[in-house]
Write a new protein. Structure first.
Length: 115
């Protein structure tokens, strides 16, 4: 079983930056082989993919965050990160960490972009 715990959310002004972290724990899995991703869900909207990273560190991004967000992973720490720059009000959402192609989910962390 894999547990995922997100951290790093909060309130930030437009144009600001935040870095989210997602730490994995548990037994019986090899974190370095897991596809890891960040999703987000705004009130009244569906949960959408923000960014994903394979075991080979190939990355994918949603169109709305390309050039502003960067996903990375530290396999030794069993942690995946999401660096978010030039944040906009439309980035406001609950951000969820997912592992193993949506097999595992964290509890989510709120990101609010507002002046």
């Amino acid at each position: 079983q894999v547990q995922l715990v997100e951290s790093g959310g909060g309130l930030v002004q437009p144009g600001g930056s935040l870095r989210l972290s997602c730490a994995a724990s548990g037994s019986g899995f090899d974190f370095s082989l897991l596809y890891m991703a960040w999703y987000r869900q705004a009130p009244g909207k569906q949960r959408d993919l923000v960014a994903g990273i394979t075991y080979g560190r190939r990355t994918d991004y949603g169109d709305s965050v390309k050039g502003r967000f960067t996903i990375s992973r530290d396999n030794a720490r069993k942690t995946v990160y999401l660096q978010m720059n030039n944040l906009k009000s439309e980035d406001t959402a609950v951000y969820y960490c997912s592992g193993g192609a949506r097999a595992y989910w964290g509890q989510g962390t709120q990101v609010t972009v507002s002046s």
